[in-house]
Design a protein around this ligand. Structure first.
Ligand code: FHN
Length: 449
């Protein structure tokens, strides 16, 4: 991992944010993309969007849910692919400020989340499905494209000029056009001149003629490598895949599939949502958890309940996540996941087996103190060269989510030489002595005949 500049450390240490997909598409209740996916009539959609007037939107309530949920930052869709703007843009009247609500939802969101002590981000779709020039592209409508592309640059400048300090700018929807076509280098240069501390994601368009061996990818253009000069963090979508060399943030839905409000959607359980956070932290990245507010501007109670449960877990176990380093010091897949911080190793137990002892194989570093963080109970333990056995664990799992055991070691947690690599990695001969302890033959007693 490249050294993280001080002004970005907050992002790396936060590990957990709220993604908010909200816009007039919520009225239809088929996620955030019905306009395209259902090939709706553009005029009817526009008419619906201009009439959309959420009566119950209160950004303070959203901020309170994020705060209580243990989230450290949020990203709101200022403009999604339907082109409707949630701020008072001087470049269009297709906005919440000029149409029915007569409200600048982006400003209300920024004010409320900042007031709650949260970092703030804006999602901005480069594409706008209303605009023929977007579909035609510069090749077939050079003049139209130039006008549309300048509109995009103007709006980004506007958001970074009139709304105070923006911590994260989350681009999306560059396809099928390249970074060069969007003039993304110029765009980023302008953004950094306006807000030097801003974090910009890696969705600024594919690189024309990508370097050999890299292929264009929906979530980030030409592939991580080459885009590093444009994107400050990677954005694996619907998967939790670590990226080497730069920060990354996995974006995930809290429902089964769609990002925008969906009538009849199914919800992922809180333990699965928490598991994604723990997996991301265990791999050294962030999780941004999505919610699609209702057309009236409320957060669905199914989301609020799950966010609250994870927030209560983080209130007790947050030290294992916030500011943690990627874990997986030694094998632990049969019980859970690991993160580490300084001399501490955190065992995050996914599968509580109700036994009074738990044995961890392969930790080299001497443990000084073991605590069941969930209850604060000090645990007795014995430690040999290869095995640490923790004792006095309760049969009943001390939480419905994941109990955590904190091991305070006499140095940064390290693995035994044979335990550094996971099953499919490393030199297999590191395990020979372990196998030979039984004997060498196929007979049960290991003796050769
Ligand atoms: O098309 C969008 C989609 O609607 C949603 O915004 C996700 C969120 O990361 N991004 C795009 C799909 O990759």
């Amino acid at each position: 991992m490249k050294t993280i500049p001080d002004h970005w450390k907050w992002f790396y240490e936060s590990r957990y944010g709220m993604f908010i997909h909200w816009g007039p598409y919520a009225v239809i209740g088929h996620g955030e993309q019905p306009l395209f996916r259902e090939r709706l009539d553009q005029r009817e959609y526009t008419e619906m969007a201009c009439k959309w007037r959420p009566k119950k939107f209160d950004a303070k309530k959203w901020a309170a849910v994020a705060k209580a949920g243990g989230m450290k930052y949020a990203v709101l869709t200022g403009r999604h692919h339907d082109g409707f703007c949630l701020w008072d843009s001087k470049y269009t009247d297709y906005s919440s400020a000029k149409q029915a609500p007569k409200r600048d939802f982006v400003r209300e969101y920024l004010d409320a989340f900042r007031a709650a002590g949260l970092r703030v981000g804006l999602y901005y779709s480069l594409l706008d499905w209303r605009i023929p020039a977007y579909w035609e592209g510069p090749q077939h409508d050079p003049a139209g494209w130039d006008t549309f592309c300048q509109y995009v640059h103007n709006q980004v400048r506007e958001l970074l000029t009139d709304y105070g300090k923006i911590d994260v700018f989350w681009f999306d929807g560059a396809w099928p056009h390249s970074a060069q076509t969007w003039r993304s280098y110029e765009l980023v240069k302008m953004m950094r001149s306006l807000q030097p501390h801003i974090l910009i994601n890696n969705r600024l368009g594919a690189i024309e003629k990508p370097a050999p061996g890299t292929q264009a990818a929906a979530d980030g253009g030409a592939g991580a490598g080459e885009l590093k000069e444009l994107g400050d963090f990677g954005t694996p979508e619907h998967h939790i895949t670590a990226e080497s060399g730069r920060m990354w943030e996995s974006c995930q839905v809290s429902t089964w599939r769609l990002w925008g409000y969906t009538i009849g959607e199914r919800w992922r359980p809180a333990d699965l949502l928490l598991d994604m956070l723990v997996e991301a932290a265990g791999k050294g990245g962030n999780l941004i958890m999505n919610v699609g507010p209702t057309p009236d501007g409320e957060l669905p109670r199914e989301f609020v309940r799950r966010a609250k449960a994870i927030g209560q877990w983080l209130a007790v176990h947050g030290e294992a996540i916030h500011g943690s380093e990627p874990g997986e010091v030694c094998e632990f897949i049969t019980c859970g996941r690991q993160t580490k911080k300084g001399n501490n190793l955190y065992l995050i137990i996914r599968f509580w087996d109700r036994r009074p002892t738990l044995t961890l194989a392969g930790l080299e570093t001497r443990v000084k103190k073991a605590t069941l963080l969930t209850t604060g109970k000090k645990l007795a333990f014995t430690q040999s060269a290869d095995y640490l056995t923790l004792k006095g664990l309760p049969a009943e799992p001390p939480t419905d989510l994941f109990p955590v055991i904190k091991l305070e070691c006499d140095g940064p947690p390290q693995a035994r030489p044979w335990a550094v690599h996971r099953l499919w990695q490393g030199d297999p001969r590191r395990m020979t002595a372990w196998a030979a302890a039984r004997g060498t033959s196929v007979w049960a007693d290991g003796k050769t005949r």
